[in-house]
Ligand binder design. Structure first.
Ligand code: GUN
Ligand code: FE
Length: 432
């Protein structure tokens, strides 16, 4: 028996095409209808047309709401949920003062479970359905994140964070132990409950060549596993990496030597790349996670978006909690807009670009381009319903918006968790 079709009636927007490459990338239906069957999208169109094809289907009348594809966060750290807001420090001092002491607390599995619960709940409350997440340096804490995400129904990719030098001793592990722990986590969680494993060296500065070799081995032995790390975030960090790997011409070349670039790989930040690094990232179809809030908080610099576009490097948005300012991927999109507006030679971003960066670009970065990120037929029914509180300025802005672009612009600028009414992954509503 085929599962029944449900119809969702609302203003519905998505970007199935790349607005950086083509005009008319935004598809908008002011009185739209999304037909879903069990966990998949069947059809998207104007309400009257879709309804006529499914006269007997159940209708969810969400008029007054805006429905978008579920938001995708391409870079965040679950252990840093409770340390957002460290002002006044740059990367390496911030790591020492804020991030690493909290990362050490993940050794207490009860604490890690509580934080993992809170982290996945915040993702859902902000409309995020999919995330590429740094786990913890501890196996049991990373397990806690996989379990919390499965319990909430969120699509995540995460992994044990690897480091074997430079960091506090409690965060270090031997490469061989890291290898075995990752294998256990892959066996336990990869490919189950919408979860995938991501091989996760913290950054080149905290990993030896032997540890990077372990990363390469894991990637070779487990096709389908993702890779994530940091690159080119801060000048002091870049200089330290250059001193640590004298044979490498660039920061990216360190990862490249171990065959860690590729379509399965996402590199966070990349604020200060050389032309050669951009060429290598493009040639290998690697992705960059663009984290404008974190870059501003830590004074790392402004993302050279035009250079990424010209070089053909894919990028998506990352909130980078806890260096970033919170869990909102739309807020991240807005900050990308603000940064590009403010910097000389910045890219001109429309609401369609911002929606794309918050949804389909993330799906492509995470290897989920055929699975989620837009509402094309056959994709997973991952969606977020926004409806601002009655009488909120956003409600008025939406009511008087004269075009879909204006609605989307107001939504991206103003919508926070107070406006998120429902979130579904594979058709199933998440508890918020
Ligand atoms: N580089 C290495 N670790 C981190 C981290 O936790 N946050 C950021 N923003 N950069 C990093
Ligand atoms: Fe980060």
């Amino acid at each position: 028996m085929t599962p029944p079709i449900e119809l969702i009636r609302a203003a519905i927007f998505h970007t199935p095409r790349n607005p950086f490459a083509t005009d008319h990338a935004l598809e908008a239906f002011a009185d739209g209808c999304l037909a879903i069957s069990a966990e998949r999208v069947v059809q998207l169109g104007d309400y009257a047309a879709v309804r006529a094809q499914h006269p007997d289907a159940q209708v969810h009348d969400w008029r007054g709401s805006i429905v978008l594809p579920g938001l995708i966060d391409a870079h965040t750290h679950f252990p840093q949920t409770r340390i957002i807001g460290g002002l006044g420090l740059r990367l390496l001092d911030w790591l020492r003062s804020y991030a690493l002491p909290e990362e050490l607390r993940m050794g207490d599995v009860d604490y890690a479970r509580a934080v993992a619960q809170q982290f996945t709940r915040e993702l859902a409350r902000h409309g995020t359905t999919t995330a590429l997440v740094f786990g913890a340096h501890f196996e049991s804490a990373t397990q806690a994140l996989f379990e919390a995400a499965a319990a909430r129904g969120i699509r995540i990719a995460t992994g044990l964070v690897f480091s074997d030098r430079e960091l506090p001793a409690g965060l270090l592990r031997k490469p061989e132990d890291a290898y075995h722990a990752a294998n256990r986590l892959i066996a336990q969680f990869h490919g189950r409950n919408h979860a995938r494993y991501a091989v996760t060296p913290r950054f080149a500065l905290s990993t030896s060549e032997e540890m990077l070799e372990v990363c390469a081995t894991l990637m070779r032995e487990h096709p389908g596993v993702l890779f994530q790390t940091h690159v080119n975030e801060n000048f002091e960090e870049i200089a330290a990496v250059r001193r640590a790997f004298r044979w490498a011409d660039t920061y990216t070349a360190v990862y490249d030597r171990f065959s860690l670039l590729g379509p399965q790989s996402t590199f966070a930040h990349n604020v200060h790349p050389t032309a050669a690094e951009l060429s290598r990232l493009a040639a290998t179809d690697s992705s960059v996670a663009h984290c404008p809030c974190s870059n501003a908080m830590l004074g790392s610099g402004m993302f050279p978006m035009r250079r990424h576009l010209t070089a053909g490097v894919k990028f998506a948005l990352g909130t980078d909690v806890g260096a970033g300012i919170g869990f909102g991927v739309l807020k991240e999109a807005l900050h990308s807009y603000l940064t590009q507006q403010s910097m000389p030679g910045g890219a001109a971003l429309s609401p369609a670009h911002l929606l794309y960066l918050a949804t389909r670009a993330g799906a492509l970065a995470l290897g989920l381009g055929d699975e989620c990120g837009d509402f094309s037929s056959g994709k997973s029914a991952d969606l977020v319903r926004f409806q601002p509180p009655q009488d909120a300025p956003l409600a008025h802005a939406l009511a008087r918006a004269e075009s879909p672009e204006r609605m989307l612009a107001a939504l991206i600028t103003q919508a926070g968790p107070e406006s998120v009414r429902e979130v579904r992954v594979a058709g199933r509503a998440l508890s918020l």
